[in-house]
Design a binder for this molecule. Structure first.
Ligand SMILES: Cc1cc2nc3c(=O)[nH]c(=O)nc-3n(C[C@H](O)[C@H](O)[C@H](O)COP(=O)(O)OP(=O)(O)OC[C@H]3O[C@@H](n4cnc5c(N)ncnc54)[C@H](O)[C@@H]3O)c2cc1C
Length: 355
């Protein structure tokens, strides 16, 4: 259940092991929190509206990129950093930026999802098929799903692998009743990492900030964006800037996407100058409106890294042939792409599914 990074990689490992599987994804696209949008109508690569970076110590991401033949490049950080302290003071420039090394997937993180999709059997992966109910019978799991036409379908499975954010699992009819004591409460207590965030990306014909000796990094106490970075799709094409919007989700919900987008663009002009006014294309993604990822409990909560250690429930879960993966249940690097991959490695080690 779930076609984000964890669900797609779990499916790939089953495909490689020659085990029959069926992947059901609720949305009409795969990727979950991974989402890249095209830099131009005819471009095959995109800029990231979800996850952007991985870091040097995250070797699972390194290995997956190599396995899927997705090129990586270093985040552009060369150049000065800008600080917008208030709307009346001039923007300050500093040569002592925050140049921590991080990596990006060329053409957008969605390149990983495209490569995974290409390696999976199309007959076994279904989009637009939310799982709405599950029941445990003597012969395994009975899974109810709505298909793309809205019709209800039922599937039988020996094992059920859940790869959706923990709080979303509790919205599936019948699942909480099947879970070991204490697990439903633990799932509810686990926040969905970054689920209430929003990002704005503007794509430009040229990297005017780099030409000005700027890194593209800016920090603002004015907003709506609080932190801005170079978001170019590759090291030297698809030039873009992105910012995390600091306005809380409840406040954002009172404004239209267009109003927020206009405010972000005005801010880019006030920080980077007039050339920022005319992007080729711009995008705003408000993750708090993503009903298949975010839960009501995630909105308004202060950001908190998820740390859900399933080990106490694993014996019972395994006896039921029920498995939970995803970045929120990662053995380490919880919340990150790396964590999502770590949770699948744990599944492979402990579930007996890959024997
Ligand atoms: C704005 C933003 C920025 C981020 N930046 C970074 C970053 O720079 N680096 C980093 O490492 N991480 C970052 N993250 C976190 C990263 O995106 C996640 O850790 C990772 O993508 C989670 O993958 P996942 O497969 O565990 O879950 P998800 O991607 O959430 O996938 C879960 C899937 O389950 C599906 N689903 C839900 N309910 C059902 C149902 N009933 N039936 C069927 N399918 C269902 C959903 O539609 C979704 O596709 C960021 C996240 C966001 C939102």
């Amino acid at each position: 259940m779930g076609g984000g990074l964890a669900g797609m990689v779990a499916a790939l490992r089953l495909e490689q092991a020659g085990s029959p599987y069926l992947l059901l994804e609720a949305q009409t696209r795969f990727g979950g929190r991974i989402l890249s949008q095209p830099v131009a109508a005819d471009a095959g690569f995109g800029v990231d509206l979800g996850p952007t970076w991985f870091w040097p110590h995250q070797q699972r991401m390194r290995r997956l990129c190599a396995e899927l033949e997705c090129a990586v490049f270093a985040q552009h950080v060369d150049g000065d950093v800008l600080y917008q302290q208030s709307s009346v003071q001039p923007v300050q420039r500093s040569g002592e930026g925050e140049g921590m090394l991080s990596y990006r997937v060329e053409g957008g993180t969605q390149s990983l999802i495209a490569a995974l999709t290409a390696r999976l059997d199309p007959a076994r992966v279904h989009r637009g098929c939310p799982i709405t109910g599950v029941a445990r019978g003597d012969d395994g799991w009975c899974v109810t799903s709505d298909d793309a036409t809205g019709a209800q379908r039922q599937f039988r499975a020996q094992h059920l692998v859940l790869a959706a954010p923990p709080r979303k699992l509790l919205q599936i009819d019948g699942l909480a009743q099947c879970l070991p004591t204490g697990l439903p409460a633990a799932l509810m207590a686990t926040p969905t990492w970054m689920a209430s965030q929003a990002k704005f990306v503007a794509v430009y014909p040229a990297p005017f900030w780099r030409e000005d000796g700027l890194s593209g990094q800016a920090f603002s106490r004015v907003g709506p964006m609080v932190e801005i970075h170079d978001a170019s799709a590759t090291a030297d094409t698809g030039f873009a800037l992105f910012g995390f919007i600091g306005v809380p989700a409840e406040v954002r919900s009172q404004h239209t996407t267009q109003t927020l987008q206009d405010a972000c663009l005005r801010q880019l002009v006030s920080v980077f100058g007039a050339q920022a006014a005319t992007p080729d294309v711009s995008y705003l993604k408000d993750w708090a409106r993503e009903a298949w990822i975010v839960s009501a409990e995630d909105i308004g909560e202060p950001p908190r890294h998820p740390e859900l250690d399933l080990s106490v429930w694993l014996p019972q879960l395994h006896s039921m042939q029920l498995h939970v993966v995803g970045s929120e249940v990662a053995p380490d690097e919880g919340g990150y792409l790396e964590g999502a991959l770590g949770s699948v490695e744990a599944l492979m080690r402990t579930s007996g599914l890959f024997a």
